[in-house]
Design a protein around this ligand. Structure first.
Ligand code: NIG
Ligand code: FE
Length: 414
């Protein structure tokens, strides 16, 4: 089935097929056509161009966009959308003065979510996660990564990853799955971190690989969680199964996680709220995508990733939600893009590139997602706005959508 969209006020986020990401000063470049058409067939973009160049085109359906803007659907490269329960009490405890790290030391935090998830039947976990996924699709997300890491036993990690697989099979969004067994040291292994890591490597990882449940491997490389040498150990083991790293690093402390990620040829290194000059230097000679998670900084009141430093050093940057019950309970990419502009000094063009083409790269989906390009997936947002790309982050927290198309399918917006 083909659909021809006409009278697009501005078609933004166009890229040549060979563009895999945008870095440094190129991030300001958000190519567009004013007064455009867009032709899709089934799940793919077939053609686009200025209205004047629109000849006689056969299409099963025609949609007059009436001057509204069209942009690529969001690519959310870091989420923990599969989880059980919530952490509202910890949110209130933090308002009363307890820190995120203090709550974790008392057995809350990730361990709280693990207790809830271990108890929840797989079908219920699927249903609750599916509701969240439907909501983020309605807010314009067309591809995302989802991590395990709230299981912390082999059975519960496999349960999470099977739910992720089922979500991918059920919905038109592309989902990349990441095995994050090394997210925290479970209660049963307190004081025995090495024994837990041994279990992850010797028992869980082989099962994950055998069932083909993960594309990526992740570890929380952070003081009080897993060290740089733990990171090397896990990533080395995962490499044998073909799992590429995407690492949590530098959320609270710079302990060398960035250099470890780069050395292990990680696809991305995420968080980076605390970043040293050496970290920036190391990233410069790599193909690893730095990923900022402003929703986490906002919710926890911790520093924002220094986007300007990274971009002004010539580096690329991706933006993602980190959607999870503890540090960022929101999957709203519009809010993320706005917050990057308001709190991190990114321009709207930089932030939109960071949330589309660079997000696609951070998931290894840059050949099929993240831009308006012939042959890529027909994933795009029709914005309510008519004017300037800046209107997208200006309307903070409110997606302002007329429609979302994911793999050519209409999704009614929120
Ligand atoms: O990316 N930092 C580690 N993991 C998650 C949060 C986990 C949680 O608090 O549940 C994050 O922020
Ligand atoms: Fe995370």
């Amino acid at each position: 089935m083909s659909i021809l969209f006409t009278h697009i006020g501005e078609l933004i986020g166009i890229a040549a097929n060979e563009t895999d990401k945008r870095a440094g000063s190129e991030m300001k470049n958000l190519p567009s056509i004013k007064g455009a058409y867009l032709l899709i067939a089934d799940d793919l973009i077939v053609d686009f161009g200025p209205m004047e160049a629109l000849g006689e085109i056969e299409a099963d359906q025609r949609v007059d966009i009436n001057g509204k803007m069209v942009l690529p659907a969001w690519c959310d490269s870091h989420s923990h959308l599969v989880y059980a329960g919530n952490r509202v009490q910890e949110f209130v405890d933090r308002i009363h003065g307890l820190s995120y790290e203090e709550i974790a030391r008392r057995g809350g935090g990730i361990l709280h979510s693990a207790r809830s998830l271990q108890k929840m039947p797989e079908d219920q976990l699927f249903e609750e996660s599916a509701t969240r996924l439907e909501t983020v699709m309605k807010m314009g997300t067309g591809a995302l990564e989802i991590k395990s890491g709230y299981g912390l036993t082999t059975a519960a990690e496999l349960k999470m990853l099977r739910v992720i697989k089922r979500l991918n099979e059920t919905y038109p969004v592309s989902i990349k799955a990441t095995f994050l067994g090394a997210h925290a040291i479970p209660a049963a292994f307190q004081g025995q971190k090495d024994a837990y890591l041994e279990l992850v490597i010797k028992e869980t990882l082989p099962q994950v690989a055998k069932e083909g449940l993960a594309d990526y491997i992740d570890i929380f490389c952070e003081q009080g969680y897993f060290s740089v040498s733990d990171t090397f150990r896990l990533l080395e083991a995962a490499k044998a199964y073909g799992l590429v790293p995407k690492i949590h690093a530098n959320q609270f402390h710079a302990i060398g996680g960035v250099a470890a990620a780069v050395q292990c040829q990680a696809r991305s290194v995420d968080h980076l709220e605390v970043l040293t000059e050496e970290d920036i230097a190391v990233l410069k000679n790599s193909a690893t995508m730095p990923v900022a998670l402003p929703g986490c900084s906002y919710f926890l009141g911790i520093p924002y990733t220094p986007a300007r430093k990274l971009i002004d050093a010539g580096l690329p940057l991706a933006l993602a939600t980190d959607y999870n019950p503890g540090s960022a309970p929101s999957g709203n990419m519009n809010f993320v893009v706005s917050t990057a502009c308001i709190k991190m000094g990114m321009t709207p063009e930089e932030a939109i590139n960071a949330a589309t083409i660079n997000g696609a790269y951070a998931m290894g989906l840059e050949k099929t997602h993240g831009s308006i390009s012939r042959g890529k997936k027909a994933n795009f947002i029709i914005s309510d706005e008519h004017s300037h790309p800046g209107a997208i982050p200006y309307n903070f927290g409110a997606p302002q959508l007329s429609a979302v198309y994911i793999e050519g399918k209409y999704i009614s917006p929120i």
